[in-house]
Design a protein around this ligand. Structure first.
Ligand code: ADP
Length: 518
């Protein structure tokens, strides 16, 4: 290429090929002039022989100004000049050149003093009596600035990912689901108990607890379809050892240029502690509510109890007072005195049994539950024997095989004695009392239910609960205090059991006592 004649010194000549150039040289020259990269030809001493328009634009020196000047003086920054010279000398003396055809990046300076970063590919030709150098020079300042900005931003993102206190997972979206994990940060690995390598390649869906997968199944298609920007909900993940990990999860997707989702990014915050604290709070609140209810019920019971005590103790007391008064006032002391003395005795006796009943009732609440195994069959036998002694009619109690139960023996005896006693007592006049005692074991819970079926007068449906209230009596035709069944309920419930009354199939009542399996 005939550029060695410095025809570029003539601005017009610089604009086009030399008149005497061969057609191919002209073509090459035209190509050089239209090249977007700067092209420079140097003589063996580093002086510019020619450079193209792109070089003019890049460095700010016209061809005329550049030709004949040392490239070093024109574009090599001060601090690199010595090294540049040394390189040229080394080259001139046949040494190994440092720069070659492979592009290298160096800093250059422009006419206005601004610094730019250029990529340089240097070639060497022996021609016109000596070596010539030529170089393509490309301004890569913007490209490199963009590359470093990208690198910086990637580094920043990597730092965030690696050091985030929340678990982060990146997946490759596929088949309408979140797909497989490409990358997991250390916090995610710690939270779930897997190593980061183990998490890689695992299906994201498998990390969600089986019972919470319906959430992902419902929501993920909406996110992938772009109907939602972000998914945020609480769910359970499964750790490596199978344990549940409650997380607040958030998921977003990264889309390609046509908007198809390619990656999903997940953030998982471990909220197990918060959940269990909240559950604990709910539990405590429930316990508190139950305790309050118990307290309110106890208060209501106490109110009713006090009123009933006042009423029931007052009656015999008034009788005692009245008859004592009569006795004192009587003119015919003997006749009135005997009647009054009998009434006083009856009143005092009744008061005594009421007080004893109340004492038993109070004791049923306060006494220690010292459980031992009690043979109910033997207990029923003993009680029937005692009842037969005091009954005015023959007493018939039949029984099936009865179990042994772990109960407080004295208190439980009161239950059986009260229920059997009522069964024998509440029969119509002239009817021989009959009670059948049986037991049934629940095959699932192993709880025992004792059944006392009598042939008595029965209890109206609306009173079957009321009869368990202190002092409640359905009839005064039979002796009694109205405390027996209240004691029974208290004792049974303290054992964790239940007592209730149902009508018998052929009349009469069936008292059920269910005792939990110990
Ligand atoms: P008491 O027998 O001392 O009156 P209880 O508390 O044992 O007191 O019973 C309360 C009331 O329930 C009784 O007054 C009676 O009206 C009714 N009752 C209890 N057991 C039976 C029964 N087996 N058959 C009919 N009525 C009964």
């Amino acid at each position: 290429m005939a550029v060695g004649r410095r025809e570029g010194a003539d601005p017009d000549a610089a604009a086009g090929p030399a008149p005497d150039a061969l057609p191919r040289d002209r073509l090459l020259l035209a190509a050089m002039q239209t090249s977007p990269d700067a092209f420079v030809v140097l003589d063996h001493e580093d002086r510019v022989e020619w450079w193209n328009r792109a070089a003019e634009r890049l460095f700010g020196w016209t061809l005329d100004e550049a030709v004949g000047r040392y490239l070093t003086d024109l574009v090599v920054p001060e601090q690199y000049r010595t090294a540049h010279h040394e390189g040229l000398l080394r080259r001139a003396s046949g040494g190994e050149p440092r720069l070659g055809a492979a592009p290298v990046q160096v800093e250059a300076v422009c006419r206005d003093g601004s610094r730019i970063l250029v990529e340089l590919s240097v070639g060497e030709l022996e021609w016109d009596g000596g070596p010539r150098f030529h170089a393509f020079i490309r301004d890569v300042t913007d490209r490199e600035a963009a590359r470093s900005a990208l690198e910086l931003s990637e580094n920043r993102s990597r730092m965030v990912f690696e050091n985030a206190p929340v678990g982060m997972l990146l997946t490759e979206v596929g088949d309408g689901a979140f797909g497989r994990v490409i990358s997991a940060n250390p916090a995610a690995a710690r939270m779930l108990g897997w190593t980061r390598d183990e998490l890689r390649g695992r299906a994201y869906g498998d990390l969600t607890h089986h019972d919470d997968r319906h959430l992902d199944r419902r929501m993920v298609p909406l996110l992938l379809a772009g109907e939602l920007d972000k998914l945020e909900y609480e769910k359970r993940c499964v750790g490596r050892d199978g344990r549940e990990v409650w997380v607040a999860s958030s998921a977003t997707v990264v889309r390609d240029l046509d908007g198809s989702p390619i990656h999903s990014i997940h953030q998982l915050m471990d909220i197990s502690e918060r959940r269990s604290a909240a559950q604990q709070l709910v539990r405590l609140n429930e316990e508190l509510r139950q305790a309050n209810e118990g307290l309110a019920a106890a208060n209501a019971e106490l109110d009713g109890f006090t009123a009933a005590v006042a009423h029931d103790l007052k009656n015999p007391l008034m009788a005692i007072l009245m008859h004592a008064h009569l006795l004192a006032e009587s003119e015919d002391g003997r006749a009135v005195g005997r009647g009054a003395a009998d009434a006083i005795t009856r009143g005092a006796t009744r008061m005594n049994s009421l007080i004893e009943g109340l004492l038993l009732y109070a004791r049923a609440e306060g006494a220690e539950l010292d459980r031992t195994s009690v043979d109910v069959d033997t207990m029923v036998c003993d009680i029937v024997r005692e009842l037969s002694v005091v009954a005015d009619r023959p007493v018939r109690v039949t029984r099936e095989e009865l179990p042994s139960l772990s109960v407080e023996p004295v208190l439980f005896r009161q239950v059986v004695a009260n229920v059997l006693g009522n069964g024998v007592k509440y029969v119509a006049p002239g009817v021989a009392p009959r009670v059948h005692v049986s037991a049934h074991k629940d095959p699932v819970t192993d709880d025992w239910t004792l059944r006392f079926a009598d042939n008595g007068i029965g209890i109206a449906p609306e009173s079957r609960e009321r009869v368990f209230d202190v002092f409640h009596r359905e009839t005064t035709d039979y002796p009694g205090t109205g405390i027996g069944l209240a004691i029974c309920r208290r004792v049974v419930e303290r054992h964790g059991g239940k007592i209730w009354i149902e009508p018998g199939p052929d009349g009469g009542s069936v008292v059920h006592v269910r005792m939990p399996c110990e």
